[in-house]
Design a protein around this ligand. Structure first.
Ligand SMILES: C[S@@+](CC[C@H](N)C(=O)[O-])C[C@H]1O[C@@H](n2cnc3c(N)ncnc32)[C@H](O)[C@@H]1O
Length: 294
């Protein structure tokens, strides 16, 4: 499965489990919390939806996506230039490019920063400047590897669209033959202990937007909280929405492995009533997941 950019929280390892829940008659797969768009790439690679519409509130990220889709060759050329220019002093060069990105918001600078920064985590300070540091053990993907990834991703996503917008606008634009896949920022890994918010997102607004989408018979899937061993993140979504709640056993948590234990990561998926009906009911949904142990 191709992937273009490293991104903290990427669903790359789980995409194979989520994609079987997208019906074969899907017009558009919409991914409004796109990040690295792992689920859209996987579904498009398998030619399940007619097209993907990826969107995220992070404007420079979506400008990068715009270039990946429109012109992967020139983006790969720019990345190669940056990657080679760093070799004499990679530490200082990262900081130089970070300053240039903060001044210009140019997509190729962001690609280089994502390839080199700690945990591929996009972090901004209060002034909106990218302030994540370099992982100085790594130089970032080699130019040839990046070129191959960018081209493979652009090919898989041919005909797809990348937009900067809030998730509410994406949900409002969805129609009944679409499927919306949502992976909002987790509560558990956000800085807030206040459960009214999910990393900057109001829970109440999220639940209201979901309720409106349900009333319009929109098919959607939410990756919502996660748990590792006995530790769980996030408050379950309200039962009033009548969503179907599934657990995916997602293998070992990389964080747990780093800490020397081998706790299993469990991912929650919530499906809207319209999607469950399209798939033929809850029994059919679990049958689709059976081969991967959900
Ligand atoms: C957990 S990440 C998604 C990762 C993604 N599934 C992947 O495979 O890379 C959550 C994303 O939500 C975006 N986001 C946060 N608040 C948002 C909002 N109100 N509307 C749209 N996107 C938002 C963030 O910029 C971030 O990229």
């Amino acid at each position: 499965m191709p992937h273009a950019i490293p991104y903290q929280g990427s669903k790359r390892q789980l995409a194979h489990a989520i994609v079987p829940l997208v019906p074969l008659d899907t017009e558009r797969l919409m991914e409004p919390f796109a990040g690295s768009a792992a689920v859209s790439i996987a579904a498009a690679y398998l030619k399940i939806p007619k097209a993907a519409v990826i969107s995220d509130i992070n404007e420079p990220l979506m400008a990068l996506w715009g270039r990946i889709l429109a012109d992967p060759t020139s983006l790969a050329d720019d990345y190669e230039g940056l990657w080679k220019a760093q070799l004499s002093d990679p530490r200082a060069y990262f900081e130089e490019i970070r300053s240039k990105f903060n001044a210009t918001r140019e997509p190729h600078f962001l690609l280089y920063l994502l390839a080199r920064c700690v945990k591929a985590a996009v972090r901004y300070n209060r002034q909106g400047e990218f302030n994540q540091g370099a992982d100085n053990r790594r130089l970032g993907a080699k130019p040839d590897a990046m070129r191959t990834r960018l081209h493979a991703t652009a090919k898989a996503l041919a005909g797809s669209t990348a937009l900067t917008r809030d998730y509410t606008a994406a949900l409002e634009a969805a129609e009944v033959r679409d499927v919306v896949y949502m992976d909002p920022p987790y509560e558990g890994v956000s800085n807030t202990r206040d459960h009214r918010y999910m990393a900057g997102l109001s829970r109440a607004d999220f639940v209201t937007a979901l309720g409106d989408a349900i009333d319009r018979d929109i098919s959607f899937i939410i990756s919502y909280d996660g748990s590792t061993g006995t530790k769980s993140y996030g408050t379950p979504l309200t039962e009033a929405l009548d969503l179907t709640h599934l657990h995916l056993y997602a293998g070992r948590s990389s964080q747990a492995t780093l800490n020397g234990n081998t706790a299993l990561t469990v991912e929650s998926l919530y499906l809207s009533p319209a999607l469950v009906a399209r798939l033929g009911g809850v029994g059919q949904v679990t049958a689709r997941l059976a081969p991967i142990g959900a």
